[in-house]
Design a protein around this ligand. Structure first.
Ligand code: ADP
Ligand code: NI
Length: 214
């Protein structure tokens, strides 16, 4: 591991002390590992990928009272102190600013491959068995219902139907998790997503089966 990556690991671990379980250091570590795995299959700048994976949730406005500029400033300051090149800093900041699912509509075209790699890795950590676990962890934290038997969530719900089913943890699969496979950028990402997506479908089948005692 080069020195810059090593000191970034320490920086991020420190920053995320006490973070909630969905976005803690272990989420970052999984995304970092997945990013490296995907990066091996693409022609891209490995260091930019790794730094962006490590720093990507530092910039989450959720943790800064909705202000993502603070986090970008903090990341810049850190990278400058580590003597990272201006070129590297700019690439990394662009990625962590634009990676979020929520910003999807606003992201410019012709995204750098390094962003695509880290975005795939971040989305992959939201699906599959880990995705199921993170989602129920989040729902539990919010004290949401797991599921409501009067409501049958499905893909492509009308606004009315969505309103009714909104708020249950099972609904989150239909509003987001089952869509993520279709947003994968890289071939490797698509391949890993396929397996994780199928696992979620299997999970939902089994969930309904047990719920209905059928
Ligand atoms: P990200 O940081 O990956 O953009 P979020 O911060 O929206 O995603 O969510 C973090 C985790 O919590 C993810 O695994 C996501 O699927 C889950 N989550 C987000 N919103 C909900 C919800 N309404 N119900 C259940 N889980 C949710
Ligand atoms: Ni993330």
């Amino acid at each position: 591991m080069n020195n810059l990556i090593e000191s970034t690991v320490e920086f991020v671990k420190e920053k995320l002390k006490g973070a909630e379980a969905g976005h803690d250091w272990f989420h970052i570590e999984r995304v970092w590992k997945l990013s490296k795995k995907i990066a091996e299959t693409e022609n891209c700048n490995q260091e930019v990928v790794e730094l962006s994976a490590l720093l990507h949730d530092i910039a989450d406005p959720k943790f800064h009272g909705g202000d993502e500029t603070i986090a970008l400033k903090v990341s810049r300051e850190f990278l400058e102190n580590q003597n990272a090149s201006e070129d590297t800093i700019e690439q990394v900041l662009f990625i962590i600013k634009n990676i979020s699912f929520k910003n999807r509509g606003e992201v410019p075209q012709n995204l750098p491959i390094e962003l695509k790699v880290v975005q795939d890795a971040d989305r992959l950590d939201a699906i599959g068995a880990i995705g199921v676990a993170r989602t129920f962890n989040f729902g539990g934290f919010k004290n949401n219902l797991m599921y409501h038997p009067d409501i049958e969530p499905k893909l492509n719900m009308s606004k009315e139907e969505y309103k009714k089913s909104d708020g249950t943890t099972i609904n989150h699969f239909y509003e987001k998790l089952l869509l993520l496979k279709g947003f994968m950028n890289t071939e490797k990402g698509k391949e890993i997503a396929e397996e994780r997506h199928n696992f979620m479908l299997q999970f939902l089948d089994q969930f309904y089966k047990e719920w209905n005692v059928s």
